[in-house]
Write a protein that binds this ligand. Structure first.
Ligand code: SF4
Length: 243
């Protein structure tokens, strides 16, 4: 556990951490979007199988909240169509589709097969660097990781600090049943590939269907010793003592 003190945000962080434990996810988000980080916060969404939950919550608070979508240029066409359908349905007004730098791709991934040779470098080029660029100017961002995803996410805190920026995980404690219940209660559309057995969806070469009994993210980078793309790097719990 790093004994880290984040002085610039301490008061905000303690407040957010306390509220995040007591409040519902929508109330927690409302506090961040309308209060503490108004105008300085973005939602980062993959428009994957669970993404509609946070997108729906954020749209209910403020449809002008910036939503960052990383188009790695390796995504399924179904994901792009799902993005468009959800944006239309929820009335989101500031969805920013971020592509990787064309010159960097040409220099390092001219044949489009870097994912096979060096998936960490491919993720860096197509996800990590573009996201850092897209988050420039924001002081906080929201994402949909959950402890129920397992592996490195098993002890996910509700609030983190990474690269001097606040990272909120309002659904960290949600189970798969919670997600399912929210979809049903709000009649949210499903990602079309879910019906084909995809429980977690990223890029085409690195996403596969999962079998019954497998973890939700078992189809990501299947066969490799890799479980994360790298955009969730060396973050630290925002409040000391949190696990
Ligand atoms: Fe490349 Fe695969 Fe990472 Fe997508 S998930 S950026 S294709 S390595």
């Amino acid at each position: 556990m790093p004994d880290t003190v984040f002085t610039p945000f301490d008061d905000d962080l303690r407040l957010l951490d306390e509220v995040s434990r007591a409040a519902s996810a929508p109330d927690f988000l409302r506090l961040a979007i309308r209060g503490a980080y108004r105008g300085r916060i973005a939602l980062v969404s993959s428009f994957g199988t669970e993404a509609a939950v946070l997108l729906h919550m954020v749209a209910g608070i403020d449809r002008n909240t910036p939503v960052i979508f990383l188009d790695t240029l390796k995504l399924f066409p179904e994901t792009l169509r799902y993005r468009d359908a959800l944006v239309d349905r929820l009335g989101l007004r500031d969805v920013r589709t971020i592509a990787p730098d064309a010159a960097a791709i040409a220099a390092e991934d001219g044949d489009g097969l870097l994912w096979r040779r060096d998936p960490d470098r491919c993720c860096a080029l197509r996800k990590v660097v573009p996201l850092e660029r897209a988050l420039d100017g924001f002081e906080a961002w929201i994402n949909g990781r959950k402890r129920s995803h397992g592996a490195a996410r098993s002890h996910l805190p509700l609030v983190e600090v990474e690269s001097g920026r606040l990272k909120l995980n309002p659904l960290a404690l949600w189970s798969a049943d919670d997600v399912e219940g929210y979809f049903i209660a709000n009649d949210l559309p499903r990602h079309p590939l879910e019906a084909d057995g995809f429980s977690s969806i990223g890029c085409m070469p690195c996403s596969a269907p999962t079998a019954s009994g497998e973890g939700r993210r078992a189809g990501r980078w299947r066969g490799l010793d890799k479980t994360e793309c790298g955009i969730h790097g060396a973050s630290f719990p925002a409040v000391r003592g949190e696990a």
